[in-house]
Design a protein around this ligand. Structure first.
Ligand SMILES: [Cu+2]
Length: 191
């Protein structure tokens, strides 16, 4: 019975080395955990880093019936401060609109939803890269500094037509957009 009751029965003098090792191990593990927590707190508080969260939900089966992602709302809308909001629907096997137009040097927010399968999108030559999961709204914030056109392929295998699923992003001078608040309808390359 006494043996089950533990530490009193352990050899107290002969195992000093083991005890030191255990303490070192526990101490270094604690230090690593504290360091990682500090990194998480620092990056989220100081740099505004967040985990890639897709917490905004939407009914993907009724996108076409109205609401934010109904057809007239798809494309780019310029806010009074010059920033752009781009709404896109991804579906097998296209992005709508298929050519986005965005102002150079201004903050751009891209909001994407899927109407069917899991899709993904990236804008070549930039760090824009995200998945588009049915039922969720994917929001990306970025700024395009160089004028010109970039490819925006779907990078998540979504079916037999996946290889043909891509759009273009045309970066233009901010002055190309109407500034009149009355003209704030969503535009794309064809507008
Ligand atoms: Cu796709």
């Amino acid at each position: 019975m006494a043996e089950i009751n533990g530490t009193a029965k352990l050899p107290s003098s002969g195992n000093k080395q083991g005890e030191v090792g255990e303490r070192l191990w526990a101490g270094s593990m604690t230090a690593i955990i504290v360091l990682l927590l500090a990194v998480v707190v620092y990056t989220s508080a100081h740099w505004g880093f967040h985990p890639p969260s897709q917490v905004e939900t939407i009914d993907s089966t009724s996108l076409h019936k109205g609401g934010e992602f109904s057809e007239p709302n798809l494309g780019t809308v310029i806010a009074p401060d010059g920033s752009a909001l781009v709404r896109v629907v991804a579906l097998q096997y296209a992005f709508v609109p298929s050519c986005l137009v965005v102002p150079a040097g201004k903050p751009v927010t891209i909001r994407l939803v899927s109407a069917d399968a899991v899709h993904g999108f990236l804008v070549q030559g930039t760090n824009v890269n995200a998945m588009v999961v049915p039922g969720y709204v994917t929001t990306v914030h970025t700024t395009f500094n160089e004028l010109g056109e970039r490819l925006m392929p779907c990078h998540e295998f979504c079916g037999v037509g996946h290889h043909a699923m891509w759009a273009r992003v045309r970066v233009v001078e901010p002055s190309s957009f109407p500034t009149d608040a009355d003209k704030q309808k969503a535009v794309n390359c064809a507008s």
